[in-house]
Write a protein that binds this ligand. Structure first.
Ligand SMILES: Cc1cc2nc3c(=O)[nH]c(=O)nc-3n(C[C@H](O)[C@H](O)[C@H](O)COP(=O)(O)OP(=O)(O)OC[C@H]3O[C@@H](n4cnc5c(N)ncnc54)[C@H](O)[C@@H]3O)c2cc1C
Length: 440
């Protein structure tokens, strides 16, 4: 049998449903299709990691008797008509653009009478037919009951046995990014990082996951985004060791399911009553937030980490997003787009879902009056100020107690910007705006 396996986000050999026919008896043709839309939408940090991982996968495939082909979308029809596969495999993708692309692809296969099979890899459990509106319902009624049957892994490929083909190919893009350097890893490197976390961090995850130290969480999100590690494998390893970790993986599935059922939420608020909320569109204030020059140390540390490394911890993502949408009342869509451009783990479903959650307008979102106080958050999760000092170098000499006190901070760091907003006044302004909006 001749099988074309379309590689999209599953850049690994291990536990990959795409390779289920690579047993040496079939001809398996791994194919990557370069898509202009994705090239324009994705930021360089993600693209640099992605193409690094794709090159490394291409080498691994070659070591197993295979060859990965790379063509442009415009060449697809000719490719499939020439190669005439008996079967095409590809994994489902819940982003609106990808669903539209796959609809057209299926039409092409129907026209060419090519059999195809859609597989699941980007979520642990299958999509529910009906949407769940709260995470707890999704988790208890859908995720947990299905989980045990969804953990079977796929055997590694034996031999791809890729036939010689003469098809016009395009080169894989070379993408430069200073931030991606912090993350570049091949499949073996990612497995090692994961094993280290399982041995050293997983059992304490529930207690430590909000601390702003390097080893508190797995830092697997960039690798999940590129499919360098299998979510099934992570869930299997974590079960019995950390329920809290499995629950976080379930959030990942939950947000994918929300985007699947509510694709319009990339642009509009999930909660109808929030639509038309008078968000501010203040470009100057937004720019200060992006640059990490708000004068609020934890916010600035997070935004500068994003600039430098293309990543920041979940706790800090919540704090900076809350500061933007609540204290500055700036449109969550602006923040979402900025994150999407710079995050090395940028993922539409996760990013939109989480931004709407923090802003208060998403499914099962935090109530609008829950506003993170960045000073209290810093005191609680970065008590020694190590995280702040690491990214806000102007504050490296400031003693702890002054670091979490804006009044005292001024006398120690004259070159650090004063707070762009009084935290209490910003909070009240938001509350008043919300009260007026919901009353109207
Ligand atoms: C405003 C905002 C934007 C975000 N944007 C993205 C994004 O674009 N891409 C992305 O992958 N995550 C996003 N997240 C979710 C979360 O911050 C990251 O997944 C997490 O920080 C990754 O770090 P980790 O791998 O060390 O996570 P760990 O704590 O080790 O958790 C393990 C895995 O569980 C999943 N997970 C953990 N927390 C969440 C969460 N809040 N929502 C969904 N899944 C979660 C992730 O897949 C993560 O890798 C966002 C969160 C916020 C608040």
């Amino acid at each position: 049998m001749r099988v074309v396996a379309l590689v999209r986000r599953e850049l690994r050999l291990d536990d990959n449903p795409l390779w289920q026919h690579a047993d040496g008896r079939n001809e398996v043709i791994p194919l990557f299709v370069l898509d202009d839309f994705n090239q324009q939408e994705h930021g360089d940090n993600l693209r640099a990691l992605f193409f690094f991982a794709l090159r490394s996968l291409r080498e691994s495939i070659a070591r197993h008797g295979g060859r990965l082909f790379c063509i442009h979308t415009s060449q697809q029809e000719v490719f499939f008509a020439t190669v005439k596969p008996d079967l095409v495999l590809f994994c489902e993708d819940h982003e609106p653009h990808s669903r539209e692309r796959d609809k057209q692809l299926c039409r092409l296969f129907d026209r060419l009478s090519i059999r195809y099979q859609v597989l699941r890899d980007s979520t642990i459990v299958p999509m529910p037919d009906q949407a769940f509106v709260t995470f707890t319902q999704f988790y208890k009624r859908h995720f947990l009951p299905l989980l045990p049957d969804c953990l079977t892994t796929f055997p590694p490929p034996k031999n791809f046995n890729t036939p010689e083909l003469s098809v016009p190919e395009v080169p894989l893009p070379e993408v430069q990014s200073d931030a991606a350097i912090y993350w570049l890893a091949d499949e073996e490197g990612v497995q090692q990082k994961w094993r280290r976390f399982v041995c050293q961090g997983l059992s304490a995850y529930a207690e430590r996951r909000n601390l702003l130290t390097e080893d508190a969480t797995s830092r697997m999100s960039p690798y999940i985004r590129c499919g360098l590690i299998s979510l099934r494998k992570m869930a299997r390893d974590a079960m019995g060791m950390s329920e809290a970790f499995v629950r976080e993986l379930a959030w990942h599935d939950f947000y994918a399911h929300l985007l699947h059922h509510f694709p319009e939420t990339t642009d509009v608020e999930w909660k109808r009553e929030w639509q038309g909320f008078p968000w501010r569109h203040d470009e100057k204030a937004f720019e200060r937030w992006c640059q990490g020059r708000t004068g609020i140390p934890l916010v600035d540390a997070g935004m500068r980490q994003l600039q430098r490394e293309g990543w920041l911890p979940n706790r800090v993502r919540m704090v900076v997003a809350s500061f933007l949408t609540k204290h500055l009342q700036i449109d969550w869509r602006w923040g979402e787009r900025h994150f999407y451009r710079y995050l090395v783990d940028a993922d539409l479903a996760q990013n939109v879902g989480n931004w709407q959650w923090v802003a208060g307008c998403g499914a099962d979102a935090a109530p609008y009056f829950r506003i993170f106080n960045p000073l209290l958050q810093a005191r609680k999760f970065d008590p020694n100020g190590d995280y702040i000092r690491c990214y806000v170098t102007e504050l490296s000499h400031v003693p702890n107690d002054a670091l979490h006190d804006l009044e005292r901070l001024r006398s120690f760091a004259l070159d650090y910007p004063p707070p762009m907003v009084d935290l209490e006044r910003g909070r009240e302004t938001f509350m008043e705006l919300a009260r007026q909006h919901f009353a109207s």
